[in-house]
Design a binder for this molecule. Structure first.
Ligand code: NAP
Length: 461
């Protein structure tokens, strides 16, 4: 009976996981997707728990309570910290896989139950779990800036890293033939942990979200191996879905930045380029919120380009108020969404949805770029790299080749940010010194609030 219930739960949970991913494809159904994913995970945990060999271990309740105690506060981080929070979750997933693998090896070794298949699955689980654990911790540390975010490189780095991974794989192959040689297991475990750290060292902070998504994929694959070790079907299917979706997301992000996988993993992107930060200061035209409001009042088409600064300032509600003011006047207002604006995929969509900006006003990069040369005013709200024209023409720029929103091609541009400081890629932006750009310096929330007041007629002197 419990067995049948377990089988049925596995099917229901797997179906829900698949629907969860499908629903998350569209913002209109994304919320339903999240609920389906949570329900699937709850069913999977319960179905595992009620198994006869597990249910009598009452202490598992303690483990579940401990999971809640860590997970609930972790879920309360601000939206800007979600990438590093996600990395921490992957670290825990990797650690769990490596620990389960170690425990199973230690249990099965004296009982002589380590078949070649089991040993192979344990080795894969421990290698992927170990490197995901330390790699994800490093990625979270870089994003939180507790570890230096710049790429740390040295001569022969790739050769050393790949050699370590090679030794771990060869040790795993030996272990399959001689499972009693426990020291081989120790080598595999230590090398995978070291490899995770070394893998992330040469990668710059700007590439971390892509790497996190790749680590998600590794965590999924280690869960598949763990599923084979524990003979747990839900783990196998959920891990496979996790592994493939993480991989697909990394590919999409690489495409959005016009980067290859090898370039992300071995390219040391984000290194300070000689002279880049020390480029000669160019004159910029700056103005007040009133000047910006004047430009907007005379425009019949406006495109807002939100970026990371809008998230930092929590200015999405002010953006919505500007949208309301302008559309009331009959101005056509659209939002240009760059796939990697902000610090995680969908960052801008989430913030604008929170402020209840109508979803059909959001336009993707390729579509909006066709309209921008005919657009009267572009308002860049805390975006920098995603509107940097150097990506189109400066072959020496670290973001060369990344598709951008062509804000510089509009008839006029208002750029709102606090200073001339660079964005995440650490480079200057010629958009700010262009003839048709008006810089309005200040916190995006404050500046936009003043523009709203001016548009509403409260700011007239
Ligand atoms: P960005 O290039 O990081 O620039 C953000 C700008 O916002 C900064 O120049 C900053 O200038 C300004 N800012 C910060 N706080 C502000 C505030 N309170 N008020 C007003 N302005 C503020 O951002 P982006 O254009 O959105 O580009 C995203 C970057 O992240 C890209 O390099 C992208 O490749 C990278 N990335 C993103 C993802 C993703 O999934 N979204 C993944 C991988 C990499 P001031 O300090 O002068 O105010």
């Amino acid at each position: 009976m419990t067995h049948a219930l377990g089988q049925l739960s596995a099917i229901v949970a797997t179906a829900l996981f698949i629907f969860a991913l499908y629903w998350m494809n569209d913002p209109k159904t994304a919320r339903r997707g999240v609920f389906a994913g949570v329900a699937a995970m709850a069913i999977a945990i319960l179905a595992t728990w009620i198994q006869p060999e597990i249910i009598h271990h009452g202490w598992i309740v303690l483990a579940i309570v401990a999971g809640f105690a860590v997970g609930i506060p972790l879920s309360r981080v601000p939206l800007t910290a979600v990438p590093q929070r996600t990395a921490l979750s992957h670290a825990f997933g990797g650690l769990a896989a490596a620990l389960v693998g170690t425990a199973k090896y230690a249990l099965w070794l004296p009982e002589g139950e380590l078949t070649a298949f089991r040993t192979g699955a344990i080795a894969i689980e421990v290698i992927l779990g170990g490197l995901t654990f330390t790699g994800s911790l490093m990625a979270a540390g870089k994003l939180q800036e507790v570890v230096p975010t710049r790429p740390i490189t040295y001569r022969g780095q790739n050769v050393i890293n790949l050699s370590l991974l090679g030794i771990a794989i060869v040790s795993a192959l030996y272990l399959i033939v001689h499972p009693e040689r426990w020291w081989l297991f120790g080598i595999i475990l230590v090398l995978s942990l070291v490899f995770g750290v070394l893998l992330i060292l040469p990668i710059g902070g700007a590439d971390m979200p892509t790497v996190i998504s790749l680590l998600n994929s590794y965590a999924g694959l280690s869960a598949v191996a763990m599923g084979f070790v524990l003979e747990n079907k839900v783990l196998i299917t959920a891990g496979a879905l996790d592994g493939s979706s993480g991989f697909i997301l990394s590919v999409i992000m690489c495409r959005a930045m016009n980067r290859s996988f090898t370039n992300v993993l071995f390219g040391a992107f984000g290194q300070v380029q000689a002279g880049a930060a020390a480029g000669e200061a160019k004159a910029v035209k700056s103005g007040t919120a009133r000047d910006a409001a004047d430009l907007l009042e005379n425009a019949s088409s406006v495109v807002v380009v939100p970026g990371y600064g809008m998230a930092v300032a929590q200015a999405q509600h002010r953006v919505r108020e500007i949208y309301d003011q302008l559309t009331k006047r009959g101005t056509d207002v659209k939002f240009a969404i760059h796939p990697v604006a902000g610090r995680m995929p969908g960052h801008m969509n989430v913030l604008l949805a929170e402020a209840e900006v109508p979803y059909d006003a959001l336009v993707e990069m390729d579509d909006i770029n066709r309209d921008l040369p005919q657009t009267d005013v572009v308002v860049v709200v805390g975006a920098n790299d995603v509107v940097n024209p150097a990506a189109r023409h400066d072959k020496s720029s670290p973001i060369y080749g990344m598709p951008i929103i062509d804000a510089d091609r509009a008839k006029a541009c208002i750029a709102i940010k606090r200073s001339m400081n660079p964005g995440f890629a650490g480079i200057d932006n010629e958009l700010y010194s262009a003839d048709n750009t008006l810089m309005v310096f200040g916190d995006a929330k404050g500046v936009l609030g003043d523009i709203v007041k001016s548009l509403a007629g409260e700011g007239h002197s």
